[in-house]
Write a protein that binds this ligand. Structure first.
Ligand SMILES: [Zn+2]
Length: 244
């Protein structure tokens, strides 16, 4: 790969990877968009119909428990594991993800910005405290915070703004990245669209890995077609050879 040959990376280079639903889908996680989405499943449609504001409801948690139970049976794939290897190698490697399934953590990633939150956490609408809810099934539905209020999932719902602090950190990393990987995201949902574009504009080499062309494809330095779990380990092998 000629473009990679031009990269001048060392172990202190700032590397950012952005992952989306495609990476989760390859582990069998039910996804929201596109081919094989969870809306093809009637149970999911019924449960989702009862999930809604104010989000700390029984209906919402029944939908989440259905998803959490499914995810608990999924395993991180080779894409997740390669990103852990990269984090172990580079001093300044950061992962930004749209995924809420926690599979990056389970794979061993540590520096992860979760743009849309995490389904294994709850948040108290009264005091804002975030609580780990690592076990499915939950003891009570909805789960109750120590203050007595029902928790909501710590997940950004459609139409809700992203957590400002997380977004700002993601923008800052994108601006400073030397290499920016976009993996398994269609680039349709903002800011997943904006971050790679910002990185490219700021001078980063941007490499996209996706099964299909996306809205980002015309703007990236290099776009590779295929499954993340197959492409990413090979890409990492190639990249490693170029590092001083
Ligand atoms: Zn509370």
């Amino acid at each position: 790969m000629v473009l990679i040959g031009k990269l001048n990376l060392n172990r202190k280079s700032l590397i950012v990877a952005l992952t989306g639903a495609g990476v989760s889908a390859e582990s069998g996680v039910p996804i929201f968009r596109g081919r094989g989405s969870m809306w093809e499943n009637e149970t999911a449609r019924n449960l989702a119909g009862k999930s809604g504001p104010p989000w700390n409801t029984r209906g919402t948690w029944e939908f989440y428990e259905w998803r959490r139970e499914l995810v608990s049976r999924c395993e991180p794939n080779a894409a997740h594991l390669t990103l852990v290897e990269m984090e172990d190698f580079f001093y300044n490697f950061y992962l930004i993800t749209q995924n809420v399934d926690g599979l990056h953590h389970r794979a061993g990633s540590r520096k992860v910005l979760e743009l849309h939150g995490n389904m294994w956490k709850g948040r108290c609408p009264r005091d804002g405290e975030i609580v780990d809810l690592p076990k499915t099934p939950l003891e009570t539905i909805p789960p109750i915070h120590s203050c007595g209020e029902a928790l909501r999932p710590h997940v950004v719902q459609f139409g809700e703004p992203l957590e400002q602090k997380t977004l700002e950190a993601a923008l800052d990393l994108s601006r400073r990245a030397e290499l920016f990987l976009v993996i398994g995201t269609s680039g349709v949902v903002s800011p997943a669209r904006d971050l790679p574009l910002l990185a490219r504009k700021s001078g980063a080499v941007v490499i996209e890995v996706n099964r299909e062309p996306t809205v980002l494809t015309p703007y990236v330095t290099l776009s590779i077609r295929g499954m993340a779990a197959e492409i990413l380990p090979k890409l990492w092998e190639d990249l490693k050879k170029t590092i001083n």
